[in-house]
Design a protein around this ligand. Sequence first.
Ligand SMILES: [Fe+2]
Length: 303
Amino acid sequence: MQASPESGVALAHLSDVHLPLPGRVDWRDLLSKRALSLWSWRRKRHKVHRPEVLARLVADLHAAAPDLIAVTGDLTNLGLPVEYARARDWLDALGDPARVMVIPGNHEALVRGAWETGAQAWRPYWLGDDGGGFPWLRRRAGLALIGLSSAVPSAPGRAVGAVGAAQLARLAVLLAQTRKEGLCRVVMVHHPPLDGTVRARKRLLDAPALRAVLAREGVEMVLHGHSHRSHHQEMATAGGVAPVIGVPSASATHPEPAAWHLYRIAPVPGGWQIALTARRYAAGGMETSHIATHHLTRAHAAP
Ligand SMILES: [Fe+2]
């Protein structure tokens, strides 16, 4: 059975925001990898990530009035305290923390300790319903939204991620629990979980372990960022096939135009229907560039 295209809960997804760096950066913050990344930003990246593009996307997103908004990491560039503070202002303008949720990307953890310190600035946006941290769980309108952190420091020239054994163990518990509750489980992780989506130097180091948990406990959809490109993939799980979807950067003009995704998730007998609309930046205005509808059949869904 099909749900109408307008029905269900509306979940917006954007990623890799890369807000502009302040004009001046304290030289004391430019240790190791940050100096290299600042050079990269000044040379090239500031031309790719445009605040006016991001503003256009956010205005378009607000016009759609989604019920929930997921931001899958890389809001900053160097993971500096001033960037965390600016990103907090941006999150506050995006929406209420009750419906806006965030996970970190590799840029938030550019150097050791950056994420651990900066995370406090975004706390209301990553708190789980139980007041806990990663992996957090929020139950909203029949959905179980689960956020993982894959933000770890890596050597210059690399942008790898790792979820870690502790988060994976907790993820398995949360997936099993919310399956029993009959919820539609959406997992968010900055780094793509499927092999070959990004180059080896940008990969999720423990992707096989993450996939093993998702395959065993089941999941209804996985959302990621990191590649700055669109990805529409699938993975097999014990409960059925699940879409694995990556959204381009919300501020970039390259390698793909900036975009945000809208997922309309509606319960249907014996499963869920997820209708995806991609809203893409174009010189003449925002364009709807792709629509896909996934029909998920699940034993734990209401008959
Ligand atoms: Fe990233």
